[in-house]
Design a protein around this ligand. Structure first.
Ligand code: F0G
Length: 451
């Protein structure tokens, strides 16, 4: 059976090509822009390939009770909306997706909203949202009989790629910026058997080097310029819509780095709407770190018509990206849904991360920008108390334990970064206490514990 119904359409000039015709760097030969996966059979309202919304909702729900490998994946459970493989039987899966949607009651109360949720993509097999995209693109790599796959990464893509390559029996090459990624992520790439190069440059430099490599050697590129990554990464939109019984939330708030994820989630909601599974899209807002905010600047200064790369600096190393590949796609998502694009400071990120930790969830710093951004949108009255809001938490708290420990020890932020926020930070810090080995010493620690 041929499960494949897709084409690639250039986001810039609209040129259509067959999937196998893509260049190694996934750029359009005519205009240099990126491709999107497109399903021409969905356009004709009564065509045989157009999915039937009622039947799909029922089928996807049924599959939640199934023990079939594909049905247990939160990505392939929705396979009718990502017909990118010649055979779904070729899918490389680690049971990704189907991540929890948690309520955030304490934070919601403090900020005066009723319905605040976190979609925790850090609860994926390798601890980040990248797994939902990797299962899709790695499956394509294997179907197309590549021996080697590669990515440039701030850490999570490489961890995910290395794991899925190992499962697929492929060799993987990782380029990471020297000294600028969290140890948890580096350890994963090593453990899953990748050839890992710590390159003496930043993420944007790693991308430049890798783009040349894939043009010279038969290596399959698995950065998010690869449009199949985004097909997997759109599926959390389906999970979110399903969780709300196909009434989408008012707001979705996503961190922005290379801007593949916001693009993918926007595509997911757009397709649900076009196919009649939901009535509208949520407003999708993208939050960047203030030291790595090229999209914020692009939208403010040029309404998203051009982008000026920046030299990126932030302790949220996952989003330390100055020249994001998918900026045009992300700008479109923000503009078509009426969302916003904001940046947040290092102290705001650290506070938000500790607040999510105190809700019993935790996440990595890059994910916490969503809460920091939400607080700003709420303060500006752009989100009202009756709105339903979903924050997308992209990475697990254990990815970057050094950051968390430094925050609680009080060594993370410089004095000038904390100005005006000192008491908020102090109230959240929970440093470990060295005690004598006596019950009295521990009891006195309990007495002195913060409320
Ligand atoms: N959050 C986390 C935890 C990430 O790892 C990333 C990106 C993002 C947010 C931003 O998502 O790039 O789609 O806008 N990490 C990439 C990597 C770049 O190499 O792991 P984006």
């Amino acid at each position: 059976m041929n499960d494949n119904l897709h084409q690639l359409r250039c986001f810039g000039c609209g040129t259509r090509i067959a999937g196998a015709e893509a260049q190694p760097d996934f750029r359009c030969a005519l205009c240099g822009d990126l491709f999107e996966v497109d399903y021409p059979g969905w356009i004709q309202k009564k065509g045989p390939d157009r999915p039937n919304p009622g039947a799909l909702k029922w089928l996807w729900r049924e599959r939640r009770c199934s023990s079939e490998t594909l049905d247990r994946s939160g990505v392939w459970r929705f396979r009718e909306l990502l017909p990118i493989l010649d055979s779904f039987g070729d899918a490389v899966t680690l049971r990704e997706g189907d991540t929890p949607l948690y309520r955030l009651p304490r934070i919601a109360r403090a900020l005066g909203v009723d319905q605040l949720y976190a979609k925790h993509q850090g609860m994926n097999p390798t601890g980040s949202f990248k797994d939902t995209g990797m299962t899709a693109a790695m499956s394509v790599a294997r179907e197309r009989r590549f021996e080697w796959v590669a990515c440039a990464s701030t850490g999570n893509t490489s961890a995910s790629m290395a794991a899925y390559a190992a499962r697929a029996g492929l060799k993987s090459l990782v380029l990471i910026p020297d000294g600028k990624i969290a140890w948890g992520k580096l350890s994963q790439a090593m453990d899953y058997g990748a050839l890992t190069c710590q390159v003496k440059t930043d993420f944007d430099g790693c991308v430049r080097v890798l783009t040349e490599i894939v043009k010279r050697a038969p290596i399959y590129l698995l950065n998010s310029v690869n449009p199949y990554r985004l097909e997997g990464q759109k599926t959390p939109a389906f999970e979110i819509a399903e969780s709300f019984d196909w009434n989408v939330p008012d707001h979705l708030i996503v961190p922005g780095g290379n801007l593949g994820n916001s693009s993918a989630l926007g595509k997911g909601f757009r397709e649900l709407k076009e196919l009649g599974l939901v009535a509208r899209m949520p407003r999708i807002s993208v939050i960047q770190a203030a030291g790595a905010n090229p999209l914020v600047r692009s939208l403010a200064e040029t309404k998203g018509s051009s982008i000026e790369p920046v030299e990126a600096h932030t302790r949220a190393t996952a989003i330390r990206i100055g020249n994001p590949a998918s900026w045009r796609k992300a700008a479109r998502v923000i503009q078509e849904t009426g969302g916003w694009c904001l940046d947040v400071t290092e102290a705001e990120i650290a506070i938000a991360k500790a607040e999510l930790g105190a809700e019993g969830l935790g996440c990595e710093p890059a994910s916490a920008v969503t809460l920091a951004g939400f607080k700003k949108l709420r303060a500006q009255k752009l989100i009202s108390s009756g709105d339903t809001v979903v924050l997308v938490l992209t990475g697990h708290t254990l990815k970057d334990a050094d950051y968390t420990i430094d925050f609680h020890r009080g060594t993370l932020l410089k004095d000038e970064e904390k100005v005006g926020l000192e008491s908020e930070i102090e109230a959240l810090r929970r440093n470990a206490i060295a005690t004598d080995a006596t019950p009295e010493a521990v009891l006195s620690a309990i007495k002195g514990a913060k409320a």
